[in-house]
Write a protein that binds this ligand. Structure first.
Ligand code: PDD
Length: 279
């Protein structure tokens, strides 16, 4: 597999990252996941803007991103992925630092790594809907930064899978925030409800696109707190993300809901989202 590593496109086994890289020592880094749909990188500018925000928030120097599109195109071509959807993973850590110290040196040179992989769409989940779980959100208070410090996400997602659930949805003292790798929205009486942007959720690009679609199709949007006690009021629920796309939720484990199958607004949003991806 061809990868991008610190300015060069090279074979994966030629990459060597120091064990003193702060990404390894402290999870001191950020990432982005971008979708390639033949022949475009979906919402590339929005992803790059969020990447820059994440880097700025962590005071990691921003590497030159002027030719990022050409780099991504070359990675797709070299890996023979032009004709299939693919996931692009951009990882930037603060870089090598020795000796190990918590405080970072201003001269650390970021480690910049990009891979692409074929995307296998989960059509069954998108058609039939998925079951999710609910857990207390124990993450830090800067979930708007796409940091590689993902231990709560890793553990919650692991617990979800162990229990036959597709995603774990978090709440802070009852108020729903987001999933381990997705945002969430609900439909009630033909209106969309989703937790507001704050430091407690990632400003998802899929969420943004879905809200734009809602305004185009006259679906009123309510960015508002949603309590786990209100789940029974909703007619539809969906998880949203670059990899998740728009996936209907038909069951919250252990909660009483009226969700049974993917609803009409979910289907409309899925159809329109697909058009944006492939047209
Ligand atoms: N995750 N919330 C969290 C915690 C996420 O990790 C993600 C995306 C989202 C949705 O954001 P977007 O629509 O911009 O992909 C929300 C990526 C896909 C991942 O970690 O693999």
């Amino acid at each position: 597999m061809w990868v991008f590593y610190n300015g060069e496109i090279i074979l994966q086994d030629k990459v060597s990252i120091s064990p003193f890289d702060r990404g390894f020592q402290f999870s001191d880094g950020v990432y982005e996941v971008i979708k390639y749909y033949p022949k475009k990188f979906f919402e590339l500018e929005a992803h790059i803007a969020r990447l820059k925000n994440s880097l700025n928030s962590l005071e990691i120097p921003i590497p030159s991103l002027d030719n990022i599109k050409q780099i991504l195109e070359e990675l797709i071509t070299r890996n023979d992925l032009e004709n299939s959807p693919a996931n692009v993973y951009i990882q930037i850590s603060r870089g090598y630092q020795f000796p190990r110290r918590h405080n970072f040196s201003p001269d650390a040179k970021p480690t910049f790594f990009i891979t692409v992989e074929k995307f296998l769409s989960r059509e069954k989940e998108k058609t039939n809907g998925v079951k999710v779980g609910l857990e207390e959100d124990i993450r830090w208070h800067r979930c708007d930064i796409k940091s590689t410090s993902l231990i709560p996400n890793v553990l919650s997602k692991h617990r979800a899978e162990e229990n036959g659930l597709s995603e774990m949805i978090w709440h802070r003292q009852g108020n729903i925030t987001e999933g381990t790798h997705s945002n969430i929205c609900f439909i009630k009486k033909n209106q969309l409800f989703t937790p507001p942007l704050s430091n407690f959720i990632l400003p998802g690009i899929t969420r943004k696109v879905v809200l734009t679609l809602c305004s185009q199709f006259d679906i009123p949007v309510n960015e508002t707190e949603i309590n786990i006690n209100e789940l029974k009021e909703f007619d539809e629920a969906m998880i949203l993300g670059t990899v998740t796309e728009i996936t209907p939720v038909i069951n919250f484990e252990g909660s009483d809901t009226n969700l049974t199958k993917p609803g009409p607004i979910c289907k409309l949003l899925q159809r329109e989202y697909k058009k944006l991806c492939y047209e």
